[in-house]
Design a protein around this ligand. Sequence first.
Ligand SMILES: [Cu+2]
Length: 125
Amino acid sequence: MKLINLSRPARLSSALGAAALLLSSAAFAHAHLVSSEPAANAEVAAPADITIHFSEPLEPAFSKIALADAGGKPAAPAASQVDKHDARVMHLPLPTLGAGRYAVHWTAVATDGHRTQGDFAFTVK
Ligand SMILES: [Cu+2]
């Protein structure tokens, strides 16, 4: 009787532990923005490209960066690319940008198929 009473909470806590592990590994597998160049809200000289570092490797086919000018028009004709040497990094080559504020929209699909996305802006002096 005493053994059964002791084993129940033990089983329950190990089940909770397994569930917590599953949850945290699923959350960990999402690709989150770690840093970017230009940084969010930075004021910079016209950059040659936008580079975003993510927490997880990306699926190149479904991940992208788009850039819009202050009027909402696309400002970068080239396609973004996942870095050949580090799949956690994505680049968008840029034409020479005029002064103004630009909005970056990124979509990142991690290797587990989970999609994350976000926006940030920067200003070209
Ligand atoms: Cu995920």
